[in-house]
Design a protein around this ligand. Structure first.
Ligand code: PMV
Length: 361
């Protein structure tokens, strides 16, 4: 199905060559997206904190080409050609071609770098696809599309989603919803949007420290993981629960009830992993140290009444979430109690951010 809103009607300007630079951050889901259908459409709505420090910066060089029947591009990571990334980008270009018709008119050089180590096990696909999509929309504007910021962001999120679903949530911030939900006006399966309702002070500048438990390649790619939901006997119940959790979060965000927030967020993380354990073939993506960390977080909460909690992506790393008012205490706790369970003692302190930016256009 084509979504005509995102097909540019007329691009009046000719630009022979140039470059744009954009940055996009990573994000951490509070209600998880796991399971998709059609062309990168989510089976349930999700919501995430947009991060601030973990970002990808992409410079997209473009030059008019006479050969306009194929996609012509090269990808560089930290200045080094990365042919390994090119099949994924080619697939992305194929998916978005109807919405970005100038893609075959130029040859591109995509130069990209992350503020976090590539091998850290932090998903770079959300920030990477977010930054590249921002660049493409910036070029479209140079060619005369003249979108306002609202539509530019909406289109960037729409394109990013076609590269990596969760990337749809990396354009704006600090809280982003993606996926149609009856209680969230304007929400769509096609793009992410800023969370539209009241958010209590307690959730402002929320902190996320990412504990690097396992830094290798993902054991299960998200593509495989999402696909496994198709045969999962608990899938329908999971999609319903996720949408229910998002609905509950609406009143939690408004009231500032961090205990209720913790309950939903930790349950979401464990359900995501539960789905993988209940898939065929089945996987355990946590490591013993993931559980050690979780138990220590629970212990601290029990002992001190702290509002620290955890969430997980589809891997062994732990995202430690806490209100900014507990920053000092929790960061000290991470340093002394949790870092011994991290690979080489490594972790990254991050917090909520406002989303993608055009650095230079
Ligand atoms: O964007 P993908 O296809 O890599 O899926 C990511 C899914 C999770 O990170 C596990 C959850 C989420 O909502 O971000």
């Amino acid at each position: 199905m084509m979504h005509s809103e995102f097909i540019p009607k007329y691009l009046p300007k000719t630009v022979n060559s140039g470059s744009v630079v954009c940055q996009a951050p990573s994000n951490i889901a509070l209600v998880k997206y796991w399971g998709k259908y059609g062309e990168q459409l989510p089976q349930n709505a999700s919501v995430s904190f947009t991060l601030s420090e973990c970002r990808t910066e992409t410079t997209l060089y473009f030059e008019k080409t006479t050969e306009d029947s194929t996609f012509n591009f090269e990808v560089y990571l930290d200045g080094k050609r990365e042919t390994g990334f090119e099949p994924k980008i080619r697939k992305f270009f194929e998916r978005i071609y109807s919405y970005v018709p100038f893609l075959k008119m130029y040859q591109f050089k995509i130069e990209t770098k992350n503020t976090f180590p590539h091998s850290s096990g932090i998903a770079s696909s959300a920030s990477g696809m977010g930054a590249l999509s921002m660049c493409l929309v910036a070029i479209e504007n140079k060619l005369g599309a003249n979108y306002d910021t609202h539509f530019s962001n909406k289109k960037a999120s729409f394109l990013a989603r076609l590269g990596s679903g969760s990337a749809a949530r990396s354009i704006e911030g600090p809280l982003v919803v993606w996926g149609e939900h009856p209680q969230l006006e304007g929400s769509s399966n096609l793009f992410g949007m800023k969370y539209p309702y009241t958010v209590h002070e307690n959730f402002k500048d929320y902190q996320d420290s990412i504990l690097l438990v396992d830094k290798g390649e993902k054991q299960v790619s998200s593509t495989v993981g999402h696909d496994l939901m198709n045969g999962n006997p608990y899938a329908e119940a999971r999609f319903k629960t996720a949408n229910g959790n998002l609905e509950k979060l609406i009143s939690v965000f408004e009231s500032g009830d961090i205990s209720a927030f913790i309950n939903i967020v930790e349950s979401e993380a464990l359900q995501l992993h539960g789905m993988m354990m209940a898939s065929e073939p089945y996987f355990i993506l946590m490591k013993p140290n993931t559980l050690e960390i979780i138990n220590r977080i629970w212990q601290l909460r029990n002992d001190t009444g702290s509002k620290v909690c955890f969430t997980l992506d589809a891997g062994a790393n732990v995202h430690v979430l806490y209100p900014i008012s507990e920053k000092e205490v929790v960061q000290q706790f991470i340093e002394t109690q949790l870092s011994p369970f991290c690979k080489n003692g490594e972790y990254i302190h991050d917090g909520c951010g406002l989303g993608a930016t055009i650095v230079n256009s």
